[in-house]
Design a protein around this ligand. Structure first.
Ligand code: GLV
Length: 358
């Protein structure tokens, strides 16, 4: 039997974990993990989350779990946050880096959900363009009486222009799909987050031109030229309400907008107004500004297709995300820096603090 040399790590897992990860954690010995799971379907109120975190060393989170000074107020031991998502705008990383008596290491799950998320973005794009949800309702409600030449006419996708906002891993997966559908691709990527800054094409832009014929443009040009727009940038203070009234005024009224990134990248009120004013043709939305709240205008509109934040929701991808999060946590507590650390800059200090704790 392996000799146990370290104290067991008390872990809170918010949401379900696949059996393989449960088995892995329960069989680990050096250190051992003492796992509590809270399977909740909505975000826990802050005070309840704070109490649940109170005696924990580590927590496995999802996008709805806000981990910040308030929710960590009762958790002096907490030193690891494993986010099962690529976006981590729910985590206060600055607070983690400044935290005393020890810093908090955080990981996320980049790289394993690109295809699943781009698939959903493309599914929403096609669903709105080809009126798939309206067609389904039409048939299921018994309205179909035979072939009609102008029944449920939609918008062609091939040869149209798609504007991709944010050309990271998921944006690239989306661009590859668009290329496969014979679309012209323009994109915006920006260190300022706002997208109208001057830029010089770099290696990545040259590769995208070469592989996909894609052209990097400033945000305003993307808005003016695109027949479809798909958002793939992270939410940060810099991308907060990146699309608002001014931007909706630039978009073509025939444009279809898809958002599988974060709701807060769009000013939702401005989007509702643009839809009502006919400034946009349709919307495919997997994310909302204040999930799970959905404006009634979106529910009522046949040209809006909605999904409940399921971009990465395939069996394969969710298993891979859980595996990456659990592996990162096990590595960190075994003294190996996880490849998927978000705040890797604190690693040296974090690991020396851990050594003192044992
Ligand atoms: C999901 O929203 C993610 O960021 O992975």
């Amino acid at each position: 039997m392996t000799k146990q040399t370290k104290k067991s790590i008390k872990v809170l897992c918010l949401g379900k974990l696949p059996q393989a990860q449960l088995d892995l954690l329960r069989s680990a010995t050096n250190p051992a993990f003492d796992l509590e799971i809270i399977d909740r379907s909505g975000p826990l109120p802050s005070d309840q989350l704070a109490r649940a975190l109170a005696s924990k060393d580590a927590v496995l989170t999802e996008p709805q779990d806000r981990i910040n000074a308030e929710t960590l107020a009762l958790a002096p031991n907490l030193r690891f946050v494993g986010q099962r998502a690529v976006g981590f705008d729910n985590l206060d990383i600055q607070h983690f880096n400044d935290s005393t008596p020890h810093k908090i290491l955080a990981t996320n799950t980049p790289g394993v959900l690109d295809n699943a998320t781009a698939d959903l973005a493309f599914a929403l794009l096609i669903a709105v363009a080809r009126r798939v949800v309206e067609a389904d309702t039409y048939v299921k409600t018994g309205q179909w009486s035979g072939f009609e030449n102008d029944l449920l006419l939609g918008t062609e996708i091939s040869s149209k222009t798609i504007g991709i906002i944010g050309l990271g891993r998921i944006g690239l997966a989306m661009a590859r799909r668009a290329h496969g559908f014979g679309m012209r691709i323009i994109y915006m990527r920006s260190s300022s987050g706002r997208g109208n800054d001057d830029f010089a094409a770099d290696q990545k832009d040259l590769m995208l031109k070469d592989e996909l014929g894609a052209e990097r443009v400033k945000l305003d040009r993307l808005l003016q030229e695109s027949d479809f727009i798909s958002l793939h940038c992270p939410y940060t203070p810099k991308t907060d309400k990146l699309l608002s009234t001014r931007e909706f005024d630039l978009i073509k009224s025939s444009c279809i907008l898809v958002n599988t990134a974060r709701g807060r990248v769009i000013d939702e009120k401005a989007m509702v107004e643009a839809l009502a004013a006919g400034k946009i043709h349709g919307l495919g939305l997997d994310v909302m500004e204040r999930e799970p709240e959905v404006p009634q205008a979106f529910i009522d509109a046949p040209n809006v297709v909605l999904a409940p934040h399921i971009g990465s929701a395939t069996h394969e991808t969710r298993n891979a995300m859980a595996a990456l999060a659990v592996r990162g946590m096990m590595e960190a507590f075994a003294g190996i820096m996880p490849q998927n650390a978000i705040n890797a800059e604190i690693w040296a200090e974090w690991i020396s603090q851990q050594e003192k704790l044992h």
